[in-house]
Design a protein around this ligand. Structure first.
Ligand SMILES: Cc1ncc(C[n+]2csc(CCOP(=O)(O)OP(=O)(O)O)c2C)c(N)n1
Length: 630
């Protein structure tokens, strides 16, 4: 028996549900469908498979409807509403579908916010469904009453609506879905508790009624021919072309490679575009920016032409000087072109379709010397990365954790990283092959999404292994609690592997380094030191796999263990907080100066100096790239 909506002879919608009679036998009954029932039915019709959420009396009736409706969508219970929003965001990032999260009124809706902002800023489609107090109590400063329309006005600026009558619901829900999907943003539906219980009646063919419909097919936009020709002229006249790709280029891999080949260009990747191109292509210079590589930095500083595709990388100091390069940008979002660099031609369109149009006019550059030089630097840089990773540290050099992972990364892995030093090493040291997916909080750069993104990834692709690279601060902030969510669900995943690698350095290390480098301040123990706890023991107490790693020689084996386990595993890796995340453009002299400036007052000063100098020196050893010695 199918449960869900049915129709009687008059065409009215009813819900088939189950009832337990006195003999404790289940029988099927038909009851009038209420608003909560309809909402779940409509989500099912939208093909929503998961809703990440947390209960509360603002959505109790909706949850009661779930009992009758059954899956899908499956209600996935996080430990905190912020985690539910991160999970919906991770799910959306890795599935390409809309992510849906649900929370109760007041505190639940407030808790969702940071995760929703993460989605909004990274242009990820997420729909939030939140409860509200009864209509009779509204405006009465009632318990848990928060002005959610005002609160959500910014995060769901494209669409936030409160449903106050059943006939409104189809339209509000369908628009929330369509707007979220087509504009890749956050939308929100506020559903008062008493409205959830009202008998559902559809909008009628009548005055002031708004009907609705399911589904959307979005256009494949291509910039106009005039712009395409102008762009081709800019690109054809350049001698040293640099490219920058972001997440918007992900669906255009072949075209990006083709145009880079024709232009003899190197390609740098913004953080969110790390999986747009594999790292084994010789002309891919890797990450850009403070977390980036030296080949990316030098390519940008020396190019005469720049082509940006699907990226809103914000740090213009890592792009060419403003009068140095003629530039073309391709972006699907008209409000995001021409924003980060004084570009000459701004092409609004789908990356693949626009590149295909552009390729009709782009010529093959005969002089390959620029490209050859980039490829040489890239080859040398990977050797530098290995040498830096293999340096001794106390007890483990964090770079080596990531380097060793690269060597064993399954070809279908999904990798997430948290904000913190993990993001540096993820950006620079992990080499992605063709089908590896990866993401982090690119724009909000919030702490906390590493583990819940990986959970979202497992619900998006249960057959792929997921790996979360997370600092101990982020782990203490919420990752530890979210291990409980992993324990609860992992047996339903086709491939149970989810590895959480904790960078156990007892320090909020990224900020410690920011304070040293930007504020010239020594480490402030009160704010930076973390309580030392046993992450592996906590994981084991939950029945997950775990291993403590205290020696770099154990790393290879530890990754092997985790990547071959029959359950999720926590790798608790004790690593050295004195290994500096040196930016790629820092010269050897600058690194020494930074170290010297720390001597006064920093409790870790000698280790910091030693590690900083050793790390920087790797770029200048025989395998290194000597071009930046000045
Ligand atoms: C919600 C939030 N709070 C604070 C910050 C500022 N912040 C960025 S990285 C970081 C330290 C992260 O420490 P940890 O997770 O231990 O990683 P580590 O850098 O030590 O590897 C902090 C506090 C932030 N980005 N987001």
């Amino acid at each position: 028996m199918e449960f869900g909506a049915a129709y009687n002879e008059c065409g009215a919608e009813f819900l088939r549900t189950k009832q337990c009679d006195e003999q404790r036998e289940w029988s099927v009954i038909e009851v009038a469908q209420n608003v909560g029932d309809y909402l779940i039915q409509r989500l099912r019709q939208w093909d929503v498979e998961k809703v990440f959420g947390y209960a509360g009396d603002g959505i109790n009736s909706l949850l009661a409807s779930w009992v009758a409706a059954d899956d899908p969508p499956e209600f996935v219970e996080a430990r905190h509403e912020e985690m539910a929003a991160f999970e919906a965001t991770g799910y959306a990032k890795f599935s390409g579908k809309v992510g849906v999260c649900a929370a109760t009124s007041g505190p639940g809706a407030i808790h969702l916010l940071n995760g929703l902002y993460d989605a909004k800023l990274d242009h990820v489609p997420v729909v939030a469904i939140v409860g509200q107090t009864n209509r009779t109590a509204m405006g009465g400063s009632y318990q848990q009453e928060v002005d959610l329309l005002s609160l959500y006005k910014d995060v769901a600026s494209e669409y936030v609506q409160m449903v106050t009558t059943p006939q409104q619901l189809p339209n509000v829900l369908d628009r929330a879905m369509r707007i979220s999907l087509s504009r890749r943003t956050v939308t929100a539906i506020i559903l008062p508790a008493d409205v959830q219980e009202l008998e559902y009646s559809p909008p009628e063919h009548a005055f002031k009624m708004v009907p609705s419909s399911l589904g959307i097919t979005t256009p494949v936009t291509v910039a106009g021919q005039e712009g395409i020709r102008d762009a081709a002229e800019v690109l054809n006249s350049g001698k040293k072309v640099a490219m920058l790709v972001g997440q918007g280029a992900r669906g255009a891999r072949e075209e990006v490679v083709e145009i880079a080949d024709r232009l003899g260009a190197g390609v740098a990747k913004a953080l969110l575009g790390k999986d747009a191109l594999p790292d084994d292509l010789p002309f891919v210079t890797g990450a850009i920016g403070l977390l980036g590589t030296r080949p990316s930095y030098e390519m940008m500083m020396e190019c005469d032409t720049l082509l940006i595709i699907g990226s809103s990388f914000p740090y213009s100091q890592f792009l060419p000087e403003f009068d140095q390069a003629r530039a073309v940008e391709i972006d699907i979002n008209p409000s995001f072109v021409g924003l980060r660099y004084p570009t000459e031609v701004n092409l609004v369109g789908d990356a693949q379709a626009t590149l295909l149009a552009l390729l009709e006019h782009v010529e093959h550059k005969e002089d390959r010397s620029w490209r050859e030089d980039i490829e040489k630097k890239v080859e040398s840089w990977w050797k530098t990365m290995e040498a830096q990773a293999m340096l001794d540290a106390d007890p483990i050099n964090p770079m080596r954790i990531f380097w060793e992972l690269s060597g064993q990364l399954p070809s279908d892995a999904v990798v997430t990283a948290d904000s913190g030093s993990a993001a540096n090493w993820y950006a620079r040291h992990v080499q992605f092959s063709e089908n590896v997916r990866g993401s982090l909080s690119g724009t909000l750069a919030t702490m906390g999404p590493g583990v819940p993104y990986a959970i979202g990834a497992k619900f998006a692709s249960p057959q792929r292994p997921a790996i979360a690279l997370v600092g101990d601060g982020a782990m203490q902030m919420n990752g530890l609690a979210e291990l409980i969510t992993i324990k609860r669900y992992y047996e339903q995943w086709e491939d149970p592997r989810l590895v959480v690698c904790v960078l156990h350095n007892n320090d909020l290390n990224q900020v410690t380094w920011e304070m040293r480098a930007m504020s010239g301040s020594p480490k402030f123990i009160e704010s930076q030191k973390l309580p030392d706890i046993d992450y592996a023991q906590w994981a084991e107490s939950l029945g997950l796999g775990a291993r403590i790693v205290t020696d770099p020689e154990q790393l290879n084996d530890a990754w092997q263990f985790a990547l071959n386990a029959d359950r999720p595993v926590v790798l608790d890796v004790h690593c050295d907080p004195s290994v500096p995340p040196i930016p790629p453009h820092a010269t050897f002299e600058q690194a020494k100066e930074l170290a010297a400036s720390l001597i006064k007052g920093d409790p870790d000063r000698w280790d910091v100096i030693k590690q900083g100098v050793k790390t920087k020196a790797q770029e200048f050893l025989p395998h290194g790239d000597k071009t930046g010695e000045a």
